[in-house]
Design a protein around this ligand. Structure first.
Ligand code: GLY
Length: 333
């Protein structure tokens, strides 16, 4: 008896493959088979997810992807928008300084091949995400710190500039009156942009950039530039990025944990929730005064986000729409 069999490549349905899959018919002695041609001609719907209300950054990254650009270019270009936004006081120019009044920036980037580059504690250079990419692509190293990173940036054509804006200087001067050192990520200001993207080839890359904790001790570095802390990407599985109090993310290697949980079969949402659980469920942990938020995406283009407190949101670009979404959260009491 003749039977019709449709062979569908699983990745076509799960990855949201569009347009170019061609249906071809071929007859065998016993059956007529519709084969979906896949191989090199598949196109994946671009996706971007980023921490906090980062509409313009995500739109910029999405534009790169829609034009056929790489996920790596998309996350770099997207993060540069926040680094140049002087009104944002937690990333790039205009970031709140350390307790000595110096703005120091941290950033890292990962591509689809598992390459990683980072800079830590950099002064006077605004686009540290691009410096991190140069470390990844133009040096045999993965991390440059402080003056060395700044010098390297200058050799690569980056211009030195004063990153302390009048507004951030005023905020620091006000803080100095009491000099209360409370490492709290506040409610209304966002902290750190972490961004993950999937390009039309289905490749995943990620980037993370920050001025770190406001009024931090000179030399303090958080999670954002640390592989597996503020960011981790494995192109076979997915990616994750973090925002919030970096010390708590680092102690649980949060982004790496999320990707590994996804490898074990958890959805991005389940993985983000478990990573937050690892922080808040530590015996005696007082999490009332700090925030941590995670975003994640898997190879199928499924996303997740979760935070400790309710004031975390993220932007997502999917199906040609860019939306800011309030994250689900742990502390509902
Ligand atoms: N998540 C940014 C920091 O702790 O520095």
């Amino acid at each position: 008896m003749k039977r019709r069999k449709f062979i569908q490549n699983a990745s076509l349905s799960t990855l949201g493959v569009v347009a170019t899959a061609a249906i071809v018919s071929c007859k065998t002695e016993t059956e007529t088979t519709a084969i979906v041609a896949t191989s090199n001609d598949k196109v994946v719907k671009p996706l971007v997810i980023a921490t906090w209300k980062t509409d313009l950054a995500v739109e910029t990254a999405a534009e790169v992807l829609e034009k056929g650009g790489s996920a790596l270019d998309a996350v770099e270009q997207g993060c540069r928008i926040e680094e140049a936004n002087e009104k944002g006081q937690s990333v790039g120019k205009g970031g709140l300084p350390d307790r000595d009044g110096d703005v120091t920036l941290d950033a890292c980037i990962m591509d689809e091949k598992g390459n990683y580059g980072a800079v830590l504690g950099v002064k006077n250079i605004k686009h540290v995400i691009s410096v991190a990419r140069k470390v990844m692509e133009d040096t045999p190293h993965v991390m440059l710190v402080g003056e060395g990173a700044e010098k390297f940036a200058v050799t690569k054509g980056f211009e030195r500039e004063n990153l302390l804006t009048e507004a951030s200087k005023k905020a620091w001067e006000n803080w100095k009156i009491k000099s209360e050192y409370k490492p709290i990520i506040n409610i209304e200001n966002h902290d750190t942009i972490g961004m993950l993207a999937i390009d039309k080839k289905g490749n995943i890359s990620g980037a993370c950039t920050t001025s770190g904790l406001a009024y931090k001790m000179a030399g303090r570095v958080g999670d954002s530039p640390i592989i597996g802390g503020g960011l981790f990407v494995d192109n076979e599985i997915g990616g994750a990025s973090a925002t919030g109090l970096g010390e708590e993310v680092l102690k649980t290697v949060g982004s790496f944990l999320i990707v590994e949980l996804m490898r074990q079969g958890k959805s991005p949402q389940e993985a983000c929730e478990e990573a937050i659980g690892r922080i808040v469920n530590k015996p005696g942990k007082d999490f009332k005064n700090f925030q941590v938020g995670y975003i994640a995406v898997n190879k199928k283009g499924e996303t997740g986000a979760y935070s400790i407190h309710e004031w975390f949101s993220y932007n997502i670009y999917k199906d040609k729409e860019n939306k800011n979404i309030k994250s689900d959260y742990f502390n509902k009491v």
